[in-house]
Design a binder for this molecule. Structure first.
Ligand SMILES: Nc1nc2c(ncn2[C@@H]2O[C@H](COP(=O)(O)OP(=O)(O)OP(=O)(O)O)[C@@H](O)[C@H]2O)c(=O)[nH]1
Length: 314
């Protein structure tokens, strides 16, 4: 098991190379470059965290927390602050509900996100993952806005070996969800994954569409556990955070999927999201194949960023 964990950690470390270069190399040079802990020292750390997309609010709180820890532990050496900074970031990322109940219970999972963020890909990967865990999955292609979205999802359903309902361009998303719920129930499916649209420029329509879908699920599948995942493209940095906030105004988000974490320098956005929204990042996308969706764990993420296993005093 230790090997498996190491493999996962290794892949996470590799996937976060650019984010790590962006944040940690700068931080390391501050720890080694400063001879005493003063205002300049804190300001430079603050600047790097903000540049690393952790967000102004989260950064300010991390720095306050770090200052308190330094005082409490009577630390005098800048280098000795590193572990305290790691701890502060982890504390800042703490969220209450990080459970994956849809993996255990009969569930309907709504997946929301604007075009191009990797929503369809994520639904496909998630279907494959749940199927591998022995769950019976049905996909509802309720993003009927974009031409070819249905075909693309059908390919993913095929790859994952699960059934897909809907996919006709221009169809009413709520009626697709209605058909999919009926199919999921008649087949005794465990999880119904709904790929839905996310046109943020027309919030009223979006809200109406989501409300309609939710009403149908409430009525037709009242005992299903409900999960609403918002897919965000990590490469868009602060824009991803603002999308999450906007979706939060029209839906009860239970989790975030951050895609394209491979190869982006903006992975620090995961800190901003968990800290500012108190919503867990449940998965990260680290590539384009069906295996490239990983469960997200904030502590492991911070350890991978700083390349520490969480126990060592570096
Ligand atoms: N590198 C990388 N690419 C990804 C990841 N997730 C998705 N992509 C790519 O991002 C592009 C957009 O993904 P889609 O799944 O089509 O995006 P979408 O949000 O469904 O877009 P629409 O179908 O237009 O709504 C595709 O080329 C995917 O292969 C990821 O985690 N890493």
């Amino acid at each position: 098991m230790g090997e498996e964990k190491k493999g996962f950690f290794g892949r996470l470390v590799a996937g976060l190379t650019k984010t790590r270069d962006n944040i940690v190399s700068g931080i390391d040079s501050i720890f080694s470059g400063f001879s005493s802990i003063d205002d300049d020292f804190y300001e430079e750390i603050e600047e790097i965290l903000i540049m690393g997309d952790l967000g102004v609010k989260a950064t300010e709180e991390i720095i306050e927390n770090l200052k308190a820890k330094v005082k409490e532990n009577k630390i005098k050496e800048p280098a000795a602050c590193k572990q305290l900074l790691i701890d502060s970031i982890k504390e800042q990322m703490r969220v209450e509900d990080t459970a994956y109940r849809f993996e255990e219970e009969k569930s309907v999972v709504l997946v929301i996100g604007v075009n191009g963020v990797g929503k369809t890909t994520t639904v496909g990967k998630l279907a494959g993952k749940l199927k591998d865990q022995g769950r019976k999955v049905v996909i509802a292609a309720a993003d009927t806005f974009r031409a070819a979205a249905g075909d693309q999802l059908a390919e993913w359903a095929n790859r994952a070996g699960v059934e897909m309902i809907g996919g006709q361009e221009g169809a009413d998303p709520a009626s697709v969800v209605f058909d999919a719920v009926a199919s999921a129930k008649s087949k005794g499916a465990d999880v119904l994954l709904c790929d839905t649209a996310g046109r943020l420029h027309n919030k009223k329509n979006l809200m109406e569409e989501l409300r309609k879908m939710n009403r149908i699920i409430d009525r037709e599948f009242p005992d299903a556990y409900r999960e609403t995942l918002v897919v965000l493209d990590a490469t868009t940095g602060q824009n991803a955070l603002s999308q999450a906030k906007q979706f939060g105004e029209v839906a009860d988000i239970t989790g975030i999927v951050l895609t394209k974490m491979d190869g982006t320098a903006k992975g620090g956005i995961a800190v901003a999201i968990q800290s500012e929204l108190n919503i867990p990042v449940k998965y990260i996308g680290v590539g384009e194949t069906i295996e490239d969706l990983q469960k997200f764990d904030a502590d492991e993420f911070v350890n991978a960023l700083f390349k520490t296993d969480g126990n060592e005093e570096e």
